[in-house]
Design a protein. Structure first.
Length: 263
């Protein structure tokens, strides 16, 4: 059985400490996306969480990057930071309608991130998932949810996401739950570098995560990761998106590039 594609990258591309460390000395700021997109295969855009962008901006990003590059977008906080998620329809439509279709084939999954205080309410969360369309025009959409409260560690949550074909983000974080259940036709992982070493992780740790990513891509549920639900997903190849996020942020590009060497 063929495996899905494994992509890896970082969060954003504008970070002053990367200049002279990741970006070569003298790289114009206007060329940083051009450079970053040729060192890795995906970038998670955080700025879309805080404010909307113009269609021309998305078109500019698409034009600056290689043909096989992918952007994942963090959805607006106005969609997820609310008491009643079922009421987010207008905000979801506004986010999706701001011009993200200008990314064309470079539009990857959309990340819907929830605050650590947001608790699992089956009815409300199920209603929210129904607000997420599977297409934008003629282009299929992929959705991933990152939840950060222990109340989501229940098979009921996994079942909701699996029924909606929405991925639950596997987030390596010391404070938040690590939910490794595969719930969609792709996998989304956010790994946090935390060592003050050049590559962000020790070589053995990078080998470990590369092995897990390959297992996901081949359609397996890696045995190394604990699961919440006893139900197993279908055994089918899946695309995998892995981002080195936060932690020792200055090391994230090196970690992503070393990870990609192992894929």
């Amino acid at each position: 059985m063929a495996a899905g594609a494994v992509r890896a990258g970082i969060g954003g591309w504008t970070f002053e400490p990367w200049r002279g460390v990741f970006f070569p000395e003298g790289t114009p700021q206007a060329r940083e996306l051009d450079y970053a997109s040729r060192q890795m295969t995906a970038i998670e855009v955080n700025g879309t969480y805080y404010s909307s962008q113009k269609p021309a901006t998305f078109a500019k990003w698409a034009a600056a990057t290689p043909d096989d590059f992918v952007f994942t977008l963090k959805a607006s906080r106005f969609c997820t930071n609310r008491k009643v998620l079922a009421d987010a329809g207008e905000s979801v439509a506004k986010f999706l309608g701001q011009g993200i279709s200008e990314l064309g084939s470079k539009l990857g999954p959309i990340l819907w991130q929830f605050m650590p205080t947001k608790k699992f309410d089956p009815d409300d969360f199920g209603a929210f998932l129904k607000l997420l369309p599977d297409k934008l025009g003629d282009r299929p959409l992929r959705h991933a949810v990152e939840v950060r409260h222990e109340s989501f560690c229940t098979p009921a949550f996994i079942a909701l996401c699996r029924a909606a074909n929405v991925a639950v983000v596997f987030a390596e974080h010391e404070k938040y739950p690590k939910i490794a259940d595969v719930t969609a036709d792709f996998v989304y992982a956010r790994l946090q570098t935390s060592r003050d070493i050049e590559t962000g992780y020790e070589a053995a740790e990078l080998d470990h995560w590369a092995k897990i990513a390959k297992s996901w891509a081949e359609g397996h549920q890696p045995r190394e990761l604990d699961l919440i639900s006893p139900e197993q997903p279908a055994h089918t190849p899946r695309d995998v998106f892995v981002f080195m996020i936060s932690g020792e942020k200055v090391r994230n590009p090196a970690a992503a590039m070393e990870f990609l060497k192992r894929i």
